[in-house]
Design a protein around this ligand. Structure first.
Ligand SMILES: Cc1cc2nc3c(=O)[nH]c(=O)nc-3n(C[C@H](O)[C@H](O)[C@H](O)COP(=O)(O)OP(=O)(O)OC[C@H]3O[C@@H](n4cnc5c(N)ncnc54)[C@H](O)[C@@H]3O)c2cc1C
Length: 401
């Protein structure tokens, strides 16, 4: 092959292809494009696209946004009403903002724009059907073939799979999950008098099914009302949502959108890469097991995946690519993996004794202050368990039942 045609062919190989334009994909694309590499995002939907999500932006999410990014906040939360399956309702107020609320369609589109400003290119309306690292579609061992729904092949030196909890790239990599939950949500437009009542305040209800909870997140002229519970209890989860909406007096308002989505948490020893393909966010099963908070996990793992994908893409051979990918896995396991471990333990305790959490948060000020510091991002659950002997002993005792 002449050097001209080799150069021409190289032109068509992207340094990094990112599959999925949610927070994980946008964050990965921003990080990779920021190093001057040629980055392409492939997204099956047209943007902005709806995503079933509360849109709660806690401190770690805010702190992981691209520099200069303006959060399109719909509301700022400074009060939380807690209830235990509709009973023992109590509101706690904070002097400073606890966390923010966004509309996911707006937020995700703005993140993608930030990645484009950093130099990433975007193709929407294209579904990736598979990736191949061997075979006729792959010109050499340093290239991955990304196959689209219509058969078109896009070539890349490295691929980041950020295609969500039902994604294909996670399956290619071999991500295994140990916790699958069903989240159901309704977007309920409300009149100004009702909206005013909710402004700046969220409601969290510890639910009737083990490990379940419900929420009301106000977004100005509408409320996001949702519940989450273990998969396999579909009818009971739906009943919980209906009862929850009914007892809040919101049953008379017609939802503009009703939807459901599965969340999946990875097993600790599950892979995060295969060859030149890395996974992040929901595609990697990275999610806080207790709260099922996933935006900060997506942003944080996405950024790391983008940074390490650049190095994987430049790896000389398979051994070097594997070394770089293992560095990515190590960074994830040392940070988000540790947080997931604490979340798993909390979920196990919460599933058995939700009343204990309710009593602590509503009647024991240090527990409420810890909650406030965690959602503001000034500490983490892991940090609290590590540094507070009382918290460590309490969790240990509860673990033992
Ligand atoms: C009911 C519910 C409420 C939640 N509330 C919160 C909350 O309040 N706060 C919080 O932090 N987290 C919340 N989460 C979790 C959060 O929504 C996810 O963790 C987060 O969206 C993960 O981001 P992601 O970028 O990994 O995946 P996604 O946001 O799912 O993005 C994946 C993208 O990939 C695209 N895609 C999929 N397949 C393909 C394909 N084959 N080809 C091309 N593109 C593809 C999709 O269209 C999508 O745009 C909630 C989850 C649920 C289910």
């Amino acid at each position: 092959m002449s050097s001209d045609s080799a150069a021409e062919r190289d032109q068509q190989v992207w340094d990094v292809v990112v599959v999925g334009a949610g927070p994980a994909g946008a964050s990965a694309a921003h990080a990779a494009a920021g190093t001057g590499r040629r980055v392409l995002i492939l997204e099956k939907a047209e943007l902005p696209r709806y995503k079933t999500c509360g849109g709660g932006i806690i401190g770690p999410s805010r702190d992981s946004l691209p520099p200069g990014f303006q959060l399109p906040l719909r509301d700022r939360v400074n009060a939380v009403t807690f209830s235990l399956n509709g009973r023992m309702t109590r509101t706690r107020r904070a002097k400073k903002t606890l966390f923010g609320l966004v509309d996911r369609a707006e937020f995700d589109a703005a993140l993608v724009e930030a990645a484009q400003k950093a130099g990433a290119e975007l193709r929407t309306g294209v579904t990736v059907s598979k990736v191949e690292q061997h075979g006729p579609a792959v010109p050499d061992r340093r290239t991955v073939a990304v196959v689209l729904g219509d058969g078109e092949v896009v070539l890349a030196r490295a691929v980041v799979g950020a295609d969500g909890s039902a994604g294909r790239i996670g399956a290619h990599v071999g991500v295994r999950t140990e916790q699958v939950d069903l989240g159901l949500e309704a977007e309920i437009p409300v009149p100004p008098s009702v909206a005013e009542d909710w402004a700046g305040r969220v409601l969290i209800d510890w639910g009737p099914l083990p490990g379940s909870y419900g929420w009301v997140f106000p977004k100005g002229d509408s409320l996001t009302v949702g519940v989450i519970s273990t998969r396999g209890e579909g009818a009971a989860t739906k009943r919980y949502l209906d009862d929850f909406i009914g007892r809040l007096g919101l049953a008379g308002f017609e939802p503009s959108i009703s939807s459901g989505h599965l969340t999946r948490c990875r097993t600790d020893d599950s892979p995060l890469s295969r060859g030149r393909v890395l996974v992040c966010g929901d595609a990697a099963g990275l999610l806080e097991p207790w709260t099922r908070e996933g935006i900060s996990f997506a942003l944080r793992s996405g950024r790391l995946a983008g940074e390490w994908a650049v190095r994987v893409g430049e790896a000389r051979d398979a051994v070097d690519a594997r070394r770089q990918a293992l560095n990515y896995a190590f960074a994830i396991k040392a940070g988000l993996g540790v947080e997931m471990g604490v979340g798993r333990r909390l979920l196990a305790v919460f599933s058995q004794r939700p009343g204990l959490f309710h009593t602590a948060l509503t009647g024991f000020p240090p527990a409420w202050h810890a909650f406030a510091r965690i959602v503001r991002g000034t500490t983490t659950l892991g940090e609290i368990v590590r540094t507070h002997p009382v918290a460590r002993r309490a969790l240990g005792a509860l673990d033992r039942g």
